[in-house]
Design a protein. Structure first.
Length: 274
């Protein structure tokens, strides 16, 4: 997540009193949070929204909604590819490519940096330094290859209608993993956008998790959704433990990696079930 340049941060962090005083559940607050989450998670031109930390922290609750839209875009590409007679694996790779383009490889960048840092650093300081380096190493390349390969293989194994549902479910639920990890860990470094977010409130966290769970269950069915989400929770718990031991908390890259590993976990679980 460190490579994104789309969101302009002000030189000084404002107090953001309007957002703090506004009730969480008004239509305008949800609209603002959806725009903020879209600006942060995608390349879509949604205006000159400025991601002050207070606004982005509240907007975490809208991450699953934006994730669902990203998955829907990938599902549309997958469906069109199958309509034109492409093989399931080719359609899956095109769908993944569409979601990567739409997000600017935001989460893939985090996964690669985490793999390089956790795999190549001798101590905490070295790991954090490697994760901040914009260059990619062998661990990062392998992590991306495995991530893309597993996602493509899982989607190609599904009938087209199920693959479409799986894309929406995986992208929506995996964005709920990011605020959840923010609540479980402390910042590994004191600077950076991820550290400035702080811990989401209980209400924001509950709304994000509930939205992720509901969207996943709605498109996959309750049983498949519960199984897939349970597998994703186990994988997220493993990443949380690893990040705590490796660097003592989270960075933006760890949040990006959380989205990637939970997306992979959900797709694999649905592939095994269906």
């Amino acid at each position: 997540m460190t490579s994104t340049k789309r969101i302009k941060m002000p030189d000084t962090t404002p107090s953001y009193p309007e957002t703090a005083a506004e009730p969480l559940d008004t239509p305008s607050s949800w609209r603002d949070d959806l725009i903020a989450a879209t600006a942060f998670l995608t390349r879509l031109p949604v205006g000159n929204w400025v991601a002050v930390p207070a606004g982005l922290t509240r907007a975490l609750r809208a991450f699953p909604l934006v994730g669902g839209l990203i998955g829907l875009a990938g599902a549309l590409v997958y469906w069109l590819a199958t309509v034109f007679g492409l093989a399931p694996l080719a359609a899956a790779l095109l769908a993944i490519g569409a979601t990567v383009w739409l997000t600017g490889a935001l989460h893939e960048d985090g996964l690669a940096d985490c793999a390089d840092g956790f795999g190549g650093g001798r101590n905490r300081e070295a790991k954090l330094a490697i994760m901040r380096d914009s260059r990619i190493g062998s661990y990062g390349v392998l992590a991306l290859a495995i991530s893309v390969g597993l996602r493509a293989a899982a989607l190609a194994d599904l009938p087209p209608a199920d693959a479409v549902a799986a894309l929406v479910a995986a992208h929506a639920a995996s964005r709920a993993a990011m605020p959840l990890l923010l609540a479980l860990l402390e910042p590994a470094r004191s600077d950076g956008l991820a550290a400035s977010l702080g811990r989401p409130s209980d209400m924001v966290l509950a709304q994000a998790v509930i939205l992720g769970v509901l969207l996943c269950a709605l498109v996959t069915g309750p049983f498949a959704g519960i199984v897939a989400l349970s597998f994703a929770a186990l994988v997220l718990a493993g990443l949380e433990t690893l990040a705590r031991r490796q660097i003592g908390g989270y960075t933006g890259d760890v949040l990006g990696a959380a989205q990637q590993v939970t997306e992979v976990a959900i797709l694999l679980a649905l592939s095994a079930l269906w």
